[in-house]
Design a protein around this ligand. Structure first.
Ligand code: HEC
Ligand code: HEC
Ligand code: HEC
Length: 142
């Protein structure tokens, strides 16, 4: 009798643990393509040019490269929107284009992977995980 209750309890806790594990796994998978805390939105030119603002996933890059690579070698300022970036410069290999060239990372043809913010989102460091930045594809009003 007692062992049966214990057995049920054990199964319950194994269930809870498995659920937590699965949810954790989903949380790791989910952020792809979405704005997270401390992502940078860059919108000095994009909206005016009819493109969605750029979402730069800072953490994604920070775990892969040293700060110095971008903030010293590539000249990125420690300020959201602090650089004068355009596509000619990127295609020439400056800023994002130093890596997004089809060699270190996927190349510039993938417009929507960078230009992914909700239209009219101002330049900022994204402070909240609740605020929605990324719009479904095709959402931009003409
Ligand atoms: C690796 C990231 C990345 C990709 C890929 C990318 N862009 Fe950009 N783009 C940027 C950044 C960063 C800026 C500067 C954003 C700002 O200040 O508004 C920018 C700015 C722009 C601008 C405004 C400035 C200018 O050059 O006229 C246009 C238009 C633009 N992109 C079009 C495109 C198109 C079209 C594609 C696909 C062929 C593309 N971008 C792909 C990062 C990217
Ligand atoms: C792959 C490139 C890259 C790497 C690596 C990188 N950053 Fe950044 N960082 C950027 C870009 C791009 C911006 C926005 C600049 C702009 O809008 O022109 C930025 C902005 C910032 C800002 C201002 C916005 C904010 O979050 O307050 C700080 C501070 C910063 N970075 C710190 C760091 C530190 C510390 C590291 C290393 C742990 C680091 N960065 C690594 C590219 C990078
Ligand atoms: C120092 C090299 C470097 C620079 C500079 C850089 N990136 Fe990246 N970026 C990468 C690498 C590597 C990946 C991963 C590529 C892959 O998974 O194939 C990546 C991936 C991304 C992703 C996809 C993230 C995800 O969740 O899959 C986005 C969006 C992105 N970069 C935007 C930018 C923008 C915008 C800039 C300029 C403001 C920039 N990157 C500058 C190296 C860089």
């Amino acid at each position: 009798m007692k062992t049966e209750v214990l057995g049920r309890l054990r199964r319950f806790w194994i269930g809870v643990a498995m659920f937590a594990f699965a949810a954790g796994g989903l949380a790791i998978l989910a952020p792809e393509g979405n704005a997270e805390y401390a992502d940078v939105v860059i919108n000095n030119y994009s909206d005016k040019a009819g493109m969605r603002p750029v979402v730069f996933p800072h953490w994604f890059h920070r775990v892969r490269f040293r700060c110095k690579v971008c903030h010293a070698d590539l000249g990125f300022q420690f300020k959201a929107g602090g650089n004068d970036i355009n596509m000619v410069k990127i295609i020439e290999g400056q800023f994002c284009g130093a890596c997004h060239n089809g060699e270190i990372a996927w190349s510039v043809e993938n417009c929507n992977l960078c230009h992914s913010a909700v239209p009219n989102t101002p330049t900022q460091v994204h402070e909240s995980t609740l605020q929605k930045l990324v719009a479904p594809a095709g959402d931009r009003k003409k």
